[in-house]
Design a protein. Structure first.
Length: 553
């Protein structure tokens, strides 16, 4: 009855390990460690079945078929466990072919030796396969001892890796490593005890049953704790695939590590640097200008080393964004990590944008100047350059509004060239235009800031004098009259002299408006014309003339 129980136990135990192996295998695309864990559990399952076959109530020849299966299963378990410990710490690791062959060759040789009559005793010594079911005592031979030492060397390596990962590995995998380490220790310790027992009178190999603990713990961790749900990313995978250059320098500035992107940048900056970059001063490879722009010298006031960053032109037309971070230990700088990004295209685009912005600003300024010119030309008389009637009306309204607010007078001088039609008739419009331009120049000569000089039309001109009273306006008009009368204009028969007449009107506190002010000045001008011309007449506030100033050339 006891033998049947052992056979049933060894037959049923693989159900647990195989089920967990299936769950792990389904996670193989999300986590590379799942494949290794599945291999371990499949090896344990086959190991249980092989030992169960050796203990089963079957002929000795059939029992003997379990021996090679045991060694192949043990080999798969060892290979899977070794790979699991390595992949958990470094997900990017893949076993080399020589390593797989090195670990697999020994189980295969033992499987062959345990199958051959001539070498069977070297493997299992005096093991009696004719014993009753469940009572086969396995006795290890010299080859089995060598197999045990060989296997335990790899198992010990895997256990050490798991322990190191659990203590010092990335935070995300420490718990996973601890769980797997806890699940691997019981069967390892049990197998070690049984292996020692095989060197005596022999034992029933219960090691596969110990691995049921591994299957249960791993299954619980996968289903309940999320084992294999988080995939860590190795530092080397991250750094090596970065498009930014990453360089590590020691305390004296020598390059001690760099990724492919950094190697490509340094090679481009210094084509003659050669293939050997490690161990060389970074200043020598990049040039002093780049480092001096980025790296601060010495610690700051608080004793810490600051981070340096700058965008520099490392070579003509080659711009780099360089950031350097100090690495310190116990308050002492032991090196620096420098990250370099090629920003040449961005700098060129920025330069193009600046150039376009400058061109746009220049074009806007040109447009503004043209707009101002057009606006000015719209209110200028094209012949004399004086303001026209449109501008005169706006300026007069503005000055009268100020007169209301500030209480200052506003004077208007209406000027007309005497007998101008005869000038055009006798000497032509060219001479007439020259006379008008000369009169305009005299009107403009005495202009104060704020005064307005306009050509109202034909030979008629208007001066608007803000702040001027009758006396000031009269003096200004008289000065213009005298200067114009003194001018001599060349004509075919000699020289020509012209005179002008002027009417002056003054408004206080805005008066009665622009139209009234101009009308009073016009009436005063009419008085000057009818009174003999070449004179200035000042209009009174109520429209009556208060003074005539008669002048002759």
């Amino acid at each position: 009855m006891r033998g049947t129980v052992w056979v049933l136990v060894f037959a049923l135990a693989p159900i647990i390990t195989a089920a967990v192996a299936l769950v792990a295998w389904r996670r193989r695309r999300d986590n590379p460690a799942a494949r290794a864990l599945a291999l371990v559990l499949v090896g344990v399952s086959v190991w249980c079945l092989a030992v169960g076959l050796v203990l089963a109530p079957v002929p000795p020849a059939v029992r003997a078929a379990g021996f090679p299966a045991i060694f192949l299963a043990v080999g798969a378990t060892v290979v899977g466990f070794l790979a699991l410990s390595r992949v958990l710490a470094d997900p990017g690791w893949r076993p080399r072919r020589w390593l797989v062959a090195l670990v697999a060759v020994e189980p295969v040789l033992l499987a062959v030796c345990s199958s051959l009559p001539a070498t069977t005793d070297l493997v299992f010594g005096r093991t009696d396969l004719t014993a009753p079911a469940g009572a086969v005592q396995m006795i290890g031979g010299p080859l089995f001892a060598a197999h045990s030492a060989y296997s335990y060397a790899f198992i010990a390596l895997g256990l050490l890796r798991l322990a190191r990962t659990a203590l010092r590995g990335p935070q995300v995998v420490r718990r996973q490593a601890a769980v797997l380490l806890a699940s691997a220790l019981p069967p390892t310790a049990g197998n070690l005890v049984l292996t020692v027992g095989m060197q005596g009178s022999g034992v029933v190999d219960l090691t596969p049953l110990f691995f049921i603990v591994t299957g249960l713990v791993a299954g619980w961790a996968i289903l309940r704790l999320g084992l294999l749900a988080v995939v860590p990313v190795a530092r080397d995978q991250v750094v090596e695939t970065m498009t930014d250059g990453v360089l590590v320098t020691d305390a004296v500035g020598r390059v001690i590590d760099l990724n492919p992107a950094a190697r490509a940048l340094l090679t481009a900056l210094r084509p003659g640097a050669g293939a050997t970059l490690l161990g060389r001063p970074l200043r020598e490879l990049t040039g002093p200008d780049l480092l001096d722009a980025v790296l601060p010298d010495g610690p700051g006031a608080d004793g810490t080393y600051s981070t340096g960053r700058a965008v520099v032109e490392a070579a003509p037309g080659r711009w780099l964004d360089v950031q350097s971070v100090p690495v310190a230990s116990a308050g002492r700088r032991i090196g620096r990590v420098t990250v370099v990004r090629d920003v040449t295209e961005a700098q060129l685009r920025e330069a193009d944008l600046r150039r376009l912005a400058q061109q746009l600003a220049e074009q806007v300024a040109t447009i503004d100047r043209l707009r101002a010119t057009l606006a000015e030309e719209a209110v200028r008389d094209p012949l004399t350059g004086l303001h026209n009637r449109r501008h005169l009306d706006r300026a007069l309204l503005h000055d009268l509004a100020r007169s209301v607010d500030e209480g200052l007078p506003v004077a208007v001088v209406l000027v007309d060239v005497d007998r101008f039609k005869s000038v055009n008739d006798r000497f032509g419009h060219g001479t007439g235009d020259a006379v008008l331009c000369a009169v305009a120049a005299e009107l403009r000569a005495g202009t104060r800031t704020g005064d307005t000089v306009a050509r109202a039309g034909g030979e008629e001109f208007v001066l608007v004098l803000p702040g001027a009273d009758e006396a000031e306006a009269l003096a200004r008009a008289e000065t213009v009259r005298a200067r114009v009368g003194a001018l001599r204009h060349p004509v075919p028969d000699g020289v020509l002299a012209v005179t002008l007449s002027a009417g002056v009107a003054v408004a206080r506190h805005g008066g009665r408006g622009a139209a009234d002010l101009l009308a009073r000045a016009d009436r005063a001008l009419y008085r000057a014309k009818s009174g003999g011309r070449d004179r200035v007449v000042v209009a009174g506030d109520a429209g009556a003339d208060v003074r005539d100033v008669l002048s002759t050339a």
